[in-house]
Design a protein around this ligand. Structure first.
Ligand SMILES: Cc1cc2nc3c(=O)[nH]c(=O)nc-3n(C[C@H](O)[C@H](O)[C@H](O)COP(=O)(O)OP(=O)(O)OC[C@H]3O[C@@H](n4cnc5c(N)ncnc54)[C@H](O)[C@@H]3O)c2cc1C
Length: 386
C-alpha cells in the first residue's frame, strides 16, 4: 500500500494552489461584498486558467479536457475548497460527467463546447415538491412529431444565470424518467428569480419554468427512461469531488487559520492555544480532517480501479460534510467575537459550510443508503478483510 503522491500529482496540486492564491483569493472579498462577479473578471480568470490547461480537468484528454484520473481530480478539488465556489466555477469550469453520455450530434452541440468553455451547463433535478425524492418530480416530457414537449419547473439550480443549457430530469412515462439537454432561449423556457441563500454569495440559484418547450430529438441524453439512471450514476463522482474533496479542502483551510490564531492570540498572558480546551478543538479538527481525506482518496482510488464505490461515496459525503461543519463551528469558537464578526472571513466559511450537509443528497439520505447496505452486507461493507 503506497500512500505517497508522485511528482506529477505534486506538480498539479502546486499549480492549482498557486493559481488560487494568486488569481482567485484576491477576488473573494469583493465577490462577497457585491454578491456577484462581473463578466470581465469572470472571462479573465477563465482565460488564465484555460491557458494553463486547468479548465475541465475532469474531462477526457481526447475531447480537449485535462484527462485526470479520479484520484488526481480529487487532489485538485481539495485545493478548490480553498476559495469561493463561484470563482472555481468560472476559472476551472464545472463540466458535469453525465454529459459524457452524449452521442452523435450531441457531442459537437453540448459536450465539446462545454469542455472548451464556450458553453456552460447546469444540472436540474430538484423541484419545489421533489428534493430528496428525486424520482418524485412532476416535470414531464411528451413525445411528439418534432421531438419532445417539456412542461414543469425546477428550483435551486446552481449557476443558472451563467448557463447556456440545462440538463433537466423529466418524466417520460408513469414510472420512467429521462434527461434532456435544454438550451436557454427556447420558446416557453423562462428563468425565474435568484433564490437568495445563507452562503455561497455570488453563485446564482435559479427557478426554471418550462411551458410547452419544444425540444428536438437530439435533446434526449441516453436512451429514453435510462438518462436519469445514467446521470445519477455519473453524479456519484461529482458528489465525491465537489462535496467530499471540497469539504476536506475547506476544512483544511479553516483549520489552518484556526491554528494560526490559537498560536498568536493571547489572553491571561497566555497563548489561547496553550489552553487545553482550545487544544481539544484543534486536535479533534486535525483528526477528523485526516480521516475524511483518506476516505475521499480511497473512494477515488476505487473508482479508478473500476470498483463500485456507491456506499463508500455515501460514507464520504456524510463524514466529510459533517467534519467541515464541526471544524468551522470550532473555528468560530476559537476566534471568539472575531469569528462572528464580518471583518474576518470565518463567519463566511461558517455560512458557506452549512449547505454541504444538504445538497447532493442530505446526510439523512446517505445514512439511509449506508444502513440499508449494512443490513444486507454486514461487516463486509466496511471490513476490507471479509
Ligand atoms: C445552495 C443550493 C444549491 C443547489 N443546487 C442544485 C442544483 O444545481 N441542481 C439541483 O437539481 N438541485 C440543487 N439543489 C437542491 C438540493 O440538492 C436539495 O435541496 C436537496 O437534495 C434536499 O432536498 P430538499 O431541499 O427538497 O429537502 P427535503 O427533501 O424536503 O428534505 C427535508 C428534510 O427531510 C429529510 N428527509 C427527506 N427524505 C428523507 C428520508 N427518506 N429519510 C430521512 N430523512 C429524510 C432530509 O434529510 C431533510 O433533513 C441545491 C440546493 C441548494 C440549497
Amino acid at each position: 500500500m503506497d500512500f505517497s503522491l508522485n511528482d506529477e500529482q505534486k506538480m498539479i496540486i502546486e499549480t492549482v494552489r498557486r493559481f488560487i492564491g494568486e488569481e482567485l483569493a484576491p477576488l473573494e472579498d469583493a465577490l462577497e461584498q457585491a454578491g456577484t462577479l462581473d463578466d470581465v473578471t469572470a472571462r479573465a480568470i477563465h482565460c488564465k486558467a484555460k491557458a494553463l490547461g486547468l479548465y475541465a480537468m475532469n474531462m477526457p484528454e481526447a475531447l480537449g479536457g485535462g484527462g485526470l484520473s479520479n484520484l488526481d481530480r480529487i487532489l485538485c478539488e481539495e485545493q478548490f475548497g480553498h476559495t469561493s465556489d463561484m470563482l472555481i466555477r468560472r476559472a476551472f469550469g464545472n463540466v458535469y460527467e453525465p454529459l459524457l453520455h452524449c452521442q452523435g450530434s450531441q457531442v459537437e452541440r453540448w459536450l465539446k463546447p462545454s469542455i472548451a468553455g464556450t458553453r456552460t451547463g447546469a444540472i436540474c433535478i430538484t423541484e419545489p415538491g421533489a428534493g430528496s425524492d428525486a424520482a418524485g418530480i412532476k416535470t414531464n416530457a411528451r413525445k411528439n412529431d418534432k421531438g419532445w414537449l417539456l412542461n414543469g419547473s425546477k428550483h435551486f439550480i446552481s449557476d443558472g444565470e451563467w448557463s447556456d443549457f440545462f440538463l433537466v430530469s423529466a418524466k417520460t412515462g408513469e414510472k420512467e424518467i429521462s434527461m434532456f439537454m435544454v438550451d436557454k432561449g427556447l420558446a416557453g423556457f423562462t428563468l425565474g428569480k435568484d433564490q437568495k441563500m445563507m452562503g455561497l454569495r455570488g453563485t446564482p440559484h435559479l427557478e426554471l419554468f418550462f411551458d410547452n418547450v419544444q425540444l428536438d430529438e437530439a435533446a434526449l441524453l441516453g436512451a429514453q427512461g435510462q438518462g436519469f439512471k445514467l446521470a445519477m450514476g455519473a453524479l456519484n463522482v461529482v458528489r465525491l469531488a465537489q462535496v467530499g474533496a471540497r469539504s476536506v479542502g475547506k476544512a483544511t483551510h479553516v483549520c489552518e487559520l484556526m491554528m494560526d490564531w490559537a498560536a498568536e492570540r493571547k489572553q491571561f498572558d497566555t497563548r489561547i492555544g496553550d489552553f487545553q480546551m482550545v487544544q481539544q478543538m484543534l486536535a479533534d479538527s486535525v483528526i477528523e480532517i485526516s480521516a475524511a481525506r483518506w476516505m475521499v482518496y480511497q473512494a477515488a482510488w476505487m473508482l479508478d480501479q473500476g470498483l463500485e464505490a456507491r456506499e463508500q461515496i455515501a460514507m464520504v459525503k456524510v463524514h466529510a460534510a459533517e467534519t467541515l461543519g464541526r471544524v468551522v463551528d470550532r473555528a468560530v469558537q476559537v476566534f471568539g467575537g472575531m469569528g462572528f464578526c464580518k471583518e474576518l472571513p470565518i463567519e463566511r466559511y461558517y455560512r458557506d459550510a452549512r449547505i454541504y450537509r444538504i445538497f447532493d443528497g442530505t446526510s439523512e439520505i446517505h445514512r439511509g443508503v449506508i444502513a440499508k447496505s449494512a443490513l444486507k452486507k454486514g461487516a463486509a461493507l466496511f471490513d476490507i478483510h471479509r
